[in-house]
Ligand binder design. Sequence first.
Ligand code: FO1
Length: 320
Amino acid sequence: MAIGSVVALAGGVGGAKLTQGLAAVLESGKLTVVVNTADDFEHLGLYICPDLDTVMYTLCGLNNLEAGWGLELESWNFMEALQEIGSETWFRLGDRDLATHVQRTYRMHANDKLSDITADFCSTMGTDVRVLPMSDDPVRTIVDTDIGPIPFQEYFVRLGCSPKVCGFEFEGIQTAVFNPLASESFNAQDLRAVIICPSNPYVSIAPILSLAGARNQLRNIAAPIIAVSPIVDGQAIKGPAAKMMRELGCNPSALSVAQEYRDIVDGFVIDNKDAAEARQIEEMGQRVLVTDTIMTSITVKKRLANNIMDFANEIQARNI
Ligand code: FO1
């Protein structure tokens, strides 16, 4: 059993899987997950937080494995009824998942903070992991593409990531405040490691690191910061990260991801398939762990989480 607290930065599915492994190997109550909220949007009057919900549902063992988002044991009566009355149906909200969005929207209208609503959901759904939105203020990713700027969910779901990407904007990032609870967790006396999960570096992790003060705070903490590559063998494990990299003129590789994080990361975790890239990453000043990073079962998730914590201890011991 690992002693001390750990903070993970996460986006959707890849991040959620690693947090599940970490939650299983760390002491109860010692994991904080800071989650990207720049994918959030208002749809049909509802406040939708895809990454927060994916992390929360996964940690509670309630996630829909088949879809990769939403709740297990889902039914789709609401969507069918929407279709019958000629409403938009490109973004699919399951009947059970709908309850989360309705309750969240209801509480947001009553001026409750997203952090408090998320904490209440986590406690009622059954996890002691502290799941924190990166900010209580709205930040929205706009994808700059060859056909113009597109709000993130329209790009991702409605257009199936087909437009060619030329950049990203995070609307609201200048005024949004980095969640003070996240900031506090970086300063915890017993902090053992900060882990950047295998999430999309451009649209999941970059919004978190772009909040005023977040990147600087990370540069100054004593505990090791370890990132896990979301790219394995030139492919994203899930999602459009590799396609985005190619379109931005960057080779899709673990090495390219390591370069994105070079100013903050002490250790970088790559898959066995990318072992040949280890030397170049080490030459950039990062320590490298080569291991199995494809999380196909809870056993692999736990093994990866344990390997990352051992790696963090090793880095810490050498830095003392
Ligand atoms: N992703 C899809 O590809 N299609 C959907 O219809 C869809 C619905 C959806 C509903 C609720 C939710 O929380 C997530 C949903 N997602 C859907 C996933 C999500 O939009 C993306 O995977 C993330 O934003 C990227 O991390």
